[in-house]
Design a protein. Structure first.
Length: 415
């Protein structure tokens, strides 16, 4: 009997060792090369959200894109789309009578993408409140009751998607959470993400769930997450990178008090003769001196010099771009997460800020996107570029115009 007990213990120990030696279970959903569809840009004010014709079909891209447009993306070499869905209408009292129709329309949109031969990540994409929009990121993060309503929405969206093929559909619970960004070092996000995860998983046991770090999904925020706190292997972890921000967000009026003064810089900075670069920098300095509050001018001018100095050689520039990937790679290795369970959920370079005459030359945008793709794929990460249309559009620009083909040409050259 003692011998039999010893043999059983030895076999049990062997099975444990074998289990530890096996690589971690991969997510059901796999992907490689993706594109972000557009987010909310033209919907009417919240007081009109009860109007069926104004808000349906949902999300907004359904008003502009058809089956042929989606199939063209498949043919260009994308295998998945990240589909931003603004959660605010699901939390608004204006849409109570249309709520079921909104969920049904999201499901219909998912199936439309799948029929075009593309996988889809349903991305709950909160944006700031403003104008007549009462609920945005700050309200969800700052008010416990609103967060609970957001949890209910995540639970119901997961239930809506639960019957779909889990190899074709994944669910991202919150885009770029704006929390834990303060210098006080709060750590509110891990507990909130666990609650979001539990809500989604309770409704959809087979779906791959996409999780992230706090504070705009930065690599440095993902590093602070303990993935072992999420008891599930059917998870993909995402981070976003637009580094260097000085070059990728030129002219963006919503991106702080410095970037709106910056336009005309090439990628890389050495892509033009030094005399031309110096002239561009002098133009930016003159704009800061003429338009910025005088109390901020010296700080903004010093910051410009500092930023340019941090990327004035190709080695420095590529070092800046490499840094987020290295951080995430080290975090993944330390936690036993396979590269295929990591995705660069957003990256890209602005084409044109709405209302700004300056258009970033297509060759700069293409060079940046090509370099970022190379970094993601070298690490074995999937990626999705931002975005289909609008300010960062690689297919469309504004008002139905087409973007320059340079970035899409890079995508097509990959396969």
């Amino acid at each position: 009997m003692a011998l039999l007990t010893a043999m059983i213990k030895s076999l049990a120990a062997l099975f444990v060792l074998l289990a530890l030696a096996l690589p971690g279970q991969a997510a059901t959903f796999t992907m490689k090369r993706g594109l972000n569809l557009d987010q909310w840009v033209t919907w009417p004010g919240e007081d009109h959200w009860g109007d069926r014709k104004a808000i349906l079909p949902y999300p907004e891209w359904r008003k502009f894109l058809g089956n042929d447009d989606l199939r063209a993306l498949k043919e260009a070499g994308f295998d998945f789309l990240r589909m931003p869905v603004d959660p605010s209408p699901f939390l608004s009292g204006q849409t109570t009578a249309l709520r079921d129709d909104l969920y049904a329309s999201v499901l219909d949109s998912v199936r439309m993408i799948n029929r075009a031969g593309l996988k889809v990540i349903v991305d709950m994409h909160l944006i700031p409140a403003g104008g007549s929009r009462k609920i945005g990121m700050a309200e969800v993060m700052d008010d416990p009751q609103t967060f609970d309503r957001y949890l209910d929405m995540v639970r119901k969206m997961a239930r809506t998607l639960a019957g779909e093929d889990p190899s074709q559909v994944a669910f991202e619970l919150m885009n770029e959470p704006i929390v834990d960004c303060d210098s006080a070092g709060t750590s509110l996000w891990p507990d909130r993400q666990r609650k979001l995860f539990a809500a989604a998983r309770s409704s959809a046991v087979k779906l791959t769930l996409v999780l992230t770090g706090a504070c705009y999904s930065a690599a440095s925020s993902l590093e602070k997450i303990d993935p072992k706190a999420i008891p599930d292997d059917n998870v993909i972890w995402t981070f976003h990178s637009y580094d260097p921000f000085l070059l990728t967000h030129q002219g963006a009026t919503w991106a702080g008090d410095f970037i709106p003064y910056v336009t005309g810089l090439p990628y890389p900075l050495g892509a033009v003769p030094k005399a031309r670069l110096d002239l561009t920098l002098d133009t930016i300095r003159a704009r800061i001196k003429a338009e910025a509050p005088w109390t901020r001018q010296s700080g903004l001018l010093a910051y410009l010099d500092e930023q340019v100095a941090s990327m004035d050689t190709s080695e420095k520039l590529l070092g800046l771009m490499d840094a987020p990937f290295k951080r995430v790679d080290a975090w993944a290795k330390a936690n036993g997460i396979k590269p295929e369970n990591i995705t660069l959920g957003e990256f890209g370079m602005i084409r044109q800020e709405y209302g700004n005459a300056y258009v970033m030359p297509g060759e700069y945008r293409a060079a940046y996107v090509k370099d970022m793709i190379a970094r993601a794929e070298a690490h074995g990460f999937s990626w999705s570029v931002w975005g289909y249309g609008g300010a960062f559009g690689i297919v469309d620009a504004f008002n139905g115009d087409k973007a320059e083909p340079d970035v899409m040409d890079v995508i097509r050259s990959l396969h």
